[in-house]
Design a protein around this ligand. Structure first.
Ligand code: NDP
Length: 333
C-alpha cells in the first residue's frame, strides 16, 4: 500500500489511472467497484485480491492480471483461460527468499528452536525440556514435493548439512544434478514420503496438488516426521495437519501459507502444537520486494508498449496456459 510498488509516477505520466486499495473483500469493496472498468489488476500473493470466476465475469475490460511475486492461484486460471485474460507473475523474484525460509524452518523444527527461545523469554533455564524434542539434521532423509526453482534451491542449500536428499516432480531433473546432489527420485509424493524425516512442499497449487496432504498421505509419512509448506495452504488439509500434530504422526509443521489470507484470529493453525508458522512473509523480504516491483514494472512496460511479455513471466496468455504456466500448472478444462 505505502510504496505502491513504485508505479504511480510511471503510470500517471503515461495517462493511466492507478487505484491502490486493501479494501478487497466483502460486498461493495473498493476492489469490486473498481474492477468494473479495470484493464489491469495487480495483486500480491501475500494478501491476495482473489480474482474468482465471478469477478472475472464482472470485469468486462480486464485484460491482464499481474502477480507481484510468484504463485497465481488467487486468480481462477480456468476463468482467465476462458475469458482471454493474460496472467503473468515475476518468475524467480523471490525463489531464493523462500528457499532460505524453508531451510530456516527445517532447522528450527528439528532443533526445537522456537520453544527453546520461549524458555529464554520466560526467564527459565529448563534445558531438559528444550532438548526433549531436539535432533541433528545431519543424516536425516529430506524430500521435496517439486524441484522447480524453489525446490531445487532448497535441495542445494540443504546438501551441505549431509542429509539424504529425495524429490518427486512431474519432470525429472538432469542426471548431472541428481548425481551432484545425490538425489533419489520418486515417481510420486506417495512413493517418497515413507522414506523421509522431513518433507518440504514446493509445488504450485493447481488441481493436481490441491488437498494432496490429507489423512491418507500424512499416514504414509514416517511417524514423527516434519512437514514444511511454504507453497500454498490448500495443498494440505488444514484439519488433517492439526490431527497429525496432536496425535504425534507429525512432530512439527511449519510454513507461511494459510487459507484464507489473512488467516482469521481463530485459525486452528495459530494454536496447534509443535508449529512454527509465520504469516505469509517468506517471499516478501525487502530484497524480494525490490525484485518483484521491478518485474511488475517490466511486465507493464511490455504490455503497454504492445511488446510480448517475457515467456518466463507468463502463466496464461491467448486463452491457454503459457510460458512458466504451461510447464508448472494445470487447469481443469
Ligand atoms: P516452479 O514453477 O519453478 O516450480 C514448481 C515445480 O512444481 C515444477 O517443477 C513443477 O513441475 C512442479 N509440480 C507441479 N505440479 C506437480 C505435481 N503434481 N507433483 C510434483 N511436482 C509438481 O515454481 P517455484 O519453485 O518458483 O514456486 C513454487 C510455488 O511456491 C509457487 O507456485 C507458489 O505457490 C509458491 N511460492 C510461495 C511463496 C511464498 O512467499 N511463500 C513465494 C513464491 C512462490 P514441472 O514444471 O516439472 O512440471
Amino acid at each position: 500500500m505505502s510504496g505502491e510498488l513504485g508505479l504511480r509516477d510511471f503510470l500517471e505520466k503515461a495517462g493511466h489511472t492507478l487505484v491502490v486499495t486493501s479494501d478487497k473483500d466483502g460486498d461493495g469493496s473498493v476492489f469490486d467497484r473498481e474492477l468494473a472498468d479495470a484493464d489491469v489488476v495487480i495483486s500480491q500473493p501475500f494478501w491476495p485480491a482473489y480474482l474468482t470466476a465471478e469477478r472475472i465475469a464482472a470485469a468486462k475490460n480486464l485484460k491482464l492480471a499481474v502477480t507481484a511475486g510468484i504463485g497465481s492461484d488467487h486468480v481462477d486460471l480456468d476463468a482467465a483461460v476462458a475469458n482471454g485474460v493474460t496472467v503473468a507473475e515475476v518468475t524467480y523474484s523471490n525463489s531464493i527468499s523462500v528457499a532460505e525460509h524453508v531451510v530456516m524452518m527445517t532447522l528450527s523444527l528439528v532443533r526445537n528452536y522456537l520453544p527453546s527461545h520461549q524458555v529464554v523469554l520466560d526467564g527459565g533455564w529448563n534445558i531438559a525440556d528444550c532438548v526433549a524434542r531436539s535432533y541433528d539434521l545431519e543424516g536425516m532423509h529430506v524430500g521435496t514435493v517439486a524441484a522447480g526453482r524453489i525446490g531445487l534451491a532448497v535441495l542445494r542449500r540443504l546438501a551441505p548439512f549431509e542429509v539424504r536428499l529425495h524429490y518427486t516432480d512431474r519432470h525429472r531433473l538432469p542426471r548431472e544434478v541428481e548425481e551432484e546432489l545425490g538425489l533419489t527420485f520418486h515417481e510420486s509424493a506417495a512413493d517418497m514420503v515413507p522414506h523421509c524425516d522431513v518433507v518440504t512442499v514446493n509445488a504450485p497449487l493447481h488441481p493436481e496438488t490441491e488437498g494432496l496432504f490429507g489423512d491418507e498421505l500424512l499416514a504414509r509419512m514416517k511417524r514423527g516426521a516434519y512437514l514444511i509448506n511454504t507453497a500454498r495452504a490448500r495443498i494440505v488439509d488444514r484439519d488433517a495437519v492439526e490431527r497429525a500434530l496432536r496425535g504425534g504422526q507429525l512432530a512439527g509443521y511449519a510454513g507461511d501459507v494459510w487459507y484464507p489470507q489473512p488467516a482469521p484470529a481463530d485459525h486452528p493453525w495459530r494454536s496447534m502444537p509443535h508449529h512454527g508458522m509465520t504469516p505469509h512473509i517468506s517471499g516478501s523480504s525487502l530484497s524480494a520486494q525490490a525484485r518483484y516491483a521491478a518485474g511488475t514494472r517490466e511486465i507493464l512496460e511490455s504490455w503497454l508498449a504492445g511488446r510480448p511479455i517475457r515467456d518466463a513471466y507468463l502463466i496464461v496468455d491467448g486463452g491457454a496456459l503459457a510460458g512458466t504456466g504451461a510447464h508448472s500448472y494445470s487447469v481443469t478444462k
